[in-house]
Design a protein around this ligand. Structure first.
Ligand code: DQA
Length: 147
């Protein structure tokens, strides 16, 4: 079970960026917790952050070819703008789980629409960094899926 975690733009600033919205944890803390959980579950995990839309597209394209079974993605602001990321995910055959630290539906109207949700098998929003761990847990225990 090979999983790719993708973090979009500005998530490299976690911990210092609007901590009242996004929490006090740094991205490295989130990734380390994911690596620990993945190791316990016997999953192969890779975490990547990029501020660049094309790099995220490249990473999703690479995942089609390297045996990746699932992608956990927080596309950040590209959630609301990127047809390119949606198209790349549509070309990927595995599971896709979309994660947002904040509850985007409680915020500005422009955050209510997600292109990525048109492809995502599951969406988790508003639970902070726990959302990533819950996504990983769902992938580790696929028995509870309803589709
Ligand atoms: C975010 C929500 C997005 O609207 C925002 O642009 C982000 C982070 C979240 O994790 O809550 O950068 O994806």
């Amino acid at each position: 079970n090979k999983v790719l975690v993708l973090h979009g733009p500005n998530l490299n600033l976690l911990g210092t960026r609007q901590p009242e919205i996004y929490g006090e944890e740094a991205l490295a803390d989130i990734d380390n917790a994911l690596y620990e959980k993945a190791a316990l579950a016997g999953m192969e995990l890779r975490c990547r952050q990029s501020n660049h839309e094309g790099e995220l597209v490249d990473a999703i394209q690479a995942a089609r070819l390297d045996g990746t079974n699932a992608i956990i993605i927080n596309p950040a602001a590209y959630t609301h703008t990127s047809v390119a990321i949606l198209d790349a995910l549509n070309a990927f055959d595995g599971q896709v789980i979309e994660v947002h630290l904040s509850n985007v539906h409680k915020r500005e109207a422009f955050r209510h629409h997600s292109y990525v949700s048109l492809r995502a098998d599951g969406v988790i929003a508003g639970l902070g960094s726990r959302g990533y761990l819950l996504a990983l847990e769902a992938l580790a225990n696929p028995g509870n899926r309803t589709d």
